[in-house]
Design a protein around this ligand. Sequence first.
Ligand SMILES: *Cc1c(COP(=O)(O)O)cnc(C)c1O
Length: 367
Amino acid sequence: MHDPLEAEFAAAIARVLERGDFILGKDVREFEAAFAEATGVAHGVGVASGTDAIALGLQACGVEAGDEVIVPANTFIATVIGAIHAGARPVLVDCDLATGLIDLDAAEAAITPKTKAIVPVHLYGQVVSPRRLLEISERHGVTIFEDAAQAHLADRDGYTAGTIGKAAAYSFYPAKNLGAFGNGGIVLTRDSAVADKVRSLRNYGAPKKYLHVEHGTNSRLDTIQAAILNVKLPHLREWNRDRNACAAEYDRLLAPLADRGIVPMRNDSGGGHIYHLYVLHLSDRAPLDRDALASALQERNISTGIHYPIPCHRQPGYLDLGYPEGAFPNAEALCGEILSLPMFPGLGLDRVETVCTAIEEIIATCG
Ligand SMILES: *Cc1c(COP(=O)(O)O)cnc(C)c1O
């Protein structure tokens, strides 16, 4: 995927070296503006990672020690870490079995007087229902802070990921749909006060040099990473369309397996889904289990993934959140039953067909 852009990357990095503006340089400002514009919000503030974007973004939205922040149990652990680093107590809720997204009825039921924010995760590249999120936010006066780390420019019902709530976090970890050559993240918001607060927090709490008006940290998007992202951003929509087309082909070729209990996670947002991951669900009606399918595919040199094998509340380092096994049945069931198939721009419809044929043949041998 990167080959055609190699000369542009080299030139972009050379310009940074020439200028020497390694910290909060020109490329950072340009990328912040370009990415905010691509999503349709006024402000983007580049930070060191998606995890920090969640932590600093939540803090900038007013989350304080002792506040509760509702997050899904079915997400990458960084969502939980971000809430903890903001000082909040993460309150986990279950997910919907068909989509894997946060169960918004459960989220609404988990709201208490201490709830400051809900962090919907646009998991696998699909935006959580904007209409329902806005309804809940309005009815209960809680802040919506989106984790859009897997949903670069995904959209649903006219909303781009990151534009529904008060603010949002994106990650530019290399494997994301828009990835740097290292770590990076951004907080998006239409609220200039939130943007200013993140700008201060990311830079030692300093509105100007050697004046520290609050407890900040060092978490800036690196200029060289921003230069890489400036080269890649113009191609993001085309890469997303490519993923969506591959997903449509998977859907079409795998449809006959629904009878055997093997179905893709449901797409409720059509062309707006940007398929960071293409995830299959093997129910207990399937003739073989997830691990057996994964190893049979690996024998044919087809690598797959599991996103994720252990739900957040059962991670050894996070048992202190206090949730027992069985607390979130859907999230727990999915961890044992999902399989992520190959998905990247340039995968090609032929490769998709090869994978689907392999799955069909493996299933056929199960009788
Ligand atoms: C990748 C990811 C993050 C964290 O991003 P980093 O840049 O790796 O810190 C947060 N949430 C979700 C859902 C992610 O997939």
